[in-house]
Design a protein around this ligand. Structure first.
Ligand code: SDX
Length: 393
């Protein structure tokens, strides 16, 4: 190649940073946050406890956790003008576009987030405000999408219960805040909380590397997550399963389509850049899917289709040779649907879970004083041409 430049499209074999936050072993299907196995955290921890671990590096003591939760409650509401911004969107607009815009607007309401050389406590308050307000923002986006009114944060409720209460209309006693539902949401949010240098996290890092503020960096991450090859896959999976169901549920036909190079159809929720074994999150989510649907007494025909599709694919050489397994997005949408979320909200829920990871990674990059990200290229265009007057073209 030209001199010292090595071309690595998609950064398949390029490490862009050193990080102490999340460890993945793609061959063995291992995922750890700050050294703790995801299986233990999903079983024993809460989402806010895991957010604390990712951002500050240690599991909190009970006192630290109580203080952190109180601080989040103190900052959980959003300014009236921010609600006005949301109301300016047509309700049918995609929720990810609303989320991206509203998060980018936060620096207008909290200008201290733009302060150069902010102190550690000022920077901490900036990240706390984002983590504290996202449930209100996401809940309001759902209410706006369904043309329902805003429900204010209720600081008598814990972080996840408060979110469900706001998102589903403030019926604190309703099934939406049933402990079974809250446990499932905590688990899903924990499993989405970080995943080393995926597309959206790398985006947050590279935008932050220009010394850009946290809110705009995270808004960029939301944009990257929206794509169906990344976080948008959880919505695409449900749309795919519905299409297969409406087509008579012939999973073998759709597996064949996914293998056909002349057919643009891909098995959404399958495959992963790093995992060449089962995605450990998919295993946990698949079991949680069975548990929560049984507990809620819900029979969703797409769950059976998903299981048949998984079985058909895993027994097919095409998928086995390419080491294509279900990823985090394959079953998550079935749970979100059972919990009552509209399909177009699924990727916003992915962002709600991923926020602590984005914050932790941005913070680490800034603490390590990493240089501005600026990859090179291999130039393949015209080399030396002379301008031609338009009358002679
Ligand atoms: C997430 O990076 C992360 O960590 C992301 C994430 C996170 O937590 O942040 O885990 C979240 O984004 C999970 C992935 C969600 N996306 C999908 O489910 C979309 C469907 N999957 C694919 O598009 C694909 O598998 C990717 C995007 C996930 C990975 O793509 P790669 O690593 O670039 O692999 P590739 O596209 O080069 O595929 C390699 C081969 C190709 O076939 P050949 O050219 O070798 O013949 O596998 C085939 C592909 O055609 N292939 C598929 C397939 N995925 C890959 N064929 C059919 N269906 C699929 N889903």
């Amino acid at each position: 190649l030209t001199g010292y430049i090595t071309l690595d499209s998609g950064y398949k074999n390029t490490g862009c940073t050193k990080s102490a936050i999340t460890f993945l072993d793609g061959e063995k299907g291992i995922l750890k946050y700050r050294g703790y196995p995801i299986e233990q955290l999903a079983e024993k921890s809460s989402f806010i406890e895991v957010a604390y671990l990712l951002i500050y590096g240690e599991l909190p003591t009970q006192t630290q956790l109580n203080e952190f939760e109180e601080l989040l409650k103190e900052h959980s509401d959003v300014p009236e003008q921010l609600k006005t911004i949301l109301l300016a969107f047509p309700p049918e607009g995609h929720p990810m576009g609303k989320l991206c815009s509203v998060i980018a607007s936060l620096s207008a309401f909290y200008p201290e987030s733009l302060k150069p050389n902010a102190s550690e406590s000022e920077q901490n308050l900036t990240l706390v405000k984002l983590l504290a307000k996202l449930p209100s923002i996401v809940a309001y986006i759902q209410r706006h999408t369904l043309s329902h009114s805003y429900v204010a944060s209720d600081n008598n409720l814990d972080y996840v219960t408060n979110f469900m209460n706001m998102a589903f209309g403030g019926h604190a006693g309703s099934t939406k805040v049933d402990p079974v539902v809250i446990d499932a949401m905590n688990k899903l949010l924990i499993l989405h909380a970080d995943h080393e240098q995926n597309c959206s996290t790398s985006t947050v890092r590279i935008v932050g590397s220009s010394d850009c503020n946290l809110y705009a960096s995270v808004a960029a991450g939301v944009a990257a997550l929206w794509g169906p090859l990344h976080g948008g896959a959880n919505q695409a999976v449900i749309e795919m399963l519905e299409k297969i169901k409406n087509d008579g549920g012939d999973t073998a036909k759709w597996v064949a389509k996914a293998k056909d190079k002349n057919d643009p159809f891909r098995l959404m929720g399958f495959g992963h850049r790093v995992y060449k074994n089962f995605d450990p999150r998919a295993k946990i989510i698949k079991k949680a899917c069975d548990d929560i649907l049984n507990k809620l007494g819900i029979k969703d025909p797409v769950l059976e289709i998903a299981k048949h599709l998984e079985e058909a694919a895993l027994n097919d050489p095409y998928f086995a040779e390419r080491k294509l397994y279900p990823n985090v997005d394959f079953y998550s949408g079935i749970i979100y649907r059972a919990l009552g979320f509209p399909t177009e909200m699924f990727t916003v829920l992915f962002a709600l879970g991923r926020l602590p990871g984005w914050i932790a990674q941005w913070k680490e990059m800034r603490e390590n004083k990493e240089p501005i990200g600026r990859p090179r290229q291999v130039y393949v265009g015209e080399v030396d041409r002379t301008f031609v007057d338009i009358k002679n073209r």
